[in-house]
Design a protein around this ligand. Structure first.
Ligand SMILES: [Zn+2]
Length: 71
């Protein structure tokens, strides 16, 4: 047996950044993985947060039979 085998953990993996679709290094060297940068990660988190905190609009619908005076 030889020890010339390459460790898969050592080889950095290129993935596609979910935010900008650019190349991103998926390794411990990239704390923002799978994003390519802090900016992309922030953008994604911001979008997720805003989506999460965005409550559904509960404004009354314009129902034709919603006015009791018409009944
Ligand atoms: Zn990116």
């Amino acid at each position: 047996m030889s020890e010339s085998g390459q460790s898969p953990d050592f080889a950095p993996r290129q993935v596609r950044c979910p935010a900008c679709s650019g190349n991103s290094l998926y390794s411990s060297a990239n704390p923002y993985r799978p994003f390519c940068s802090a900016r992309c990660k922030g953008v994604d988190l911001g979008a997720w947060a805003s989506e999460e905190f965005k409550l559904p609009d509960e404004k009354p619908l314009d129902e034709p039979f919603g006015d009791p005076r018409l009944q």
